[in-house]
Design a protein around this ligand. Structure first.
Ligand SMILES: *[C@@H]1O[C@H](CO)[C@@H](O)[C@H](O)[C@H]1NC(C)=O
Length: 209
């Protein structure tokens, strides 16, 4: 009884000086590679650690019939410096999150409702790992790899995705390739697609040139 208590007290001075419990991001200051500077601890309240937006379905009335509702550091500054974040994914019937990457994070997807065909492609030899996921299934998407999610069921699908960074980043490949102003002839050269197809995709995805 006596010894363990002494042991705990001997640790206290160290834990006090070495551990910073949290660093709620001050979004008024510039982001840095290590995250946002910390809000002054005296100004932190429980509201910095609670975020309620993920209970509401995102608006899927769009081209991809899908909505990602993020709880990343810019929406939820309490995550700053903690190495994780979350988002809600809503997929209407025929909805898809097209091939995309998160440059800054690995992802775990947890299916809450419906059926989602999801997969990723390895970077070393382009092996595809994909499967239809049902309610309760989880799947991993390693950092930086191309991946996708398709609603392959009859009704809506809902998932929660968690990331190993407060700022996972998102680049959707089709928007990156065709939603820009790179001249069509250069897109043709760099994708091996026909000019007509490139012009069509630029039109659909908001590109010019
Ligand atoms: C959903 O988005 C569409 C297209 O932007 C818009 O017309 C519609 O009003 C939105 N619906 C809701 C409920 O916000």
């Amino acid at each position: 009884m006596f010894l363990p208590i002494l042991f705990i007290f001997s640790l206290l001075p160290f834990s006090h000086s070495a551990v910073q419990d949290f660093c709620v991001g001050d979004l008024a200051l510039p982001d840095t590679p290590a995250g946002y500077p910390c809000k002054k601890p005296a100004k932190v309240t429980v509201n910095d650690f609670v975020y309620s937006a993920l209970g509401v379905a995102g608006n899927t009335s769009n081209l991809i019939k899908a909505a990602v509702t993020p709880a990343f550091v810019t929406q939820f500054p309490g995550l700053n410096g903690l190495g994780l974040s979350l988002a809600r994914l809503d997929l209407a019937v025929d909805g898809v999150v097209p091939m995309h990457t998160h440059p800054g994070a690995s992802e775990v997807l947890f299916v809450l409702e419906g059926t989602i065909c999801a997969g990723f492609i390895s970077s070393t030899d382009n092996v595809v790992y994909f499967q239809a996921l049902n309610k309760g299934d989880i799947m991993i998407f390693p950092q930086g790899l191309l991946h996708f999610q398709i609603n392959s069921g009859e009704g809506v699908a809902i998932a929660i995705v968690s990331f190993s960074s407060p700022s996972p980043g998102l680049q959707i490949t089709d928007f990156a390739l065709f939603g820009n102003n790179l001249p069509t002839e250069l897109v043709v050269k760099t994708t091996f697609l026909d000019e007509a197809q490139v012009k069509k995709l630029k039109g659909v995805l908001g590109g010019t040139g």
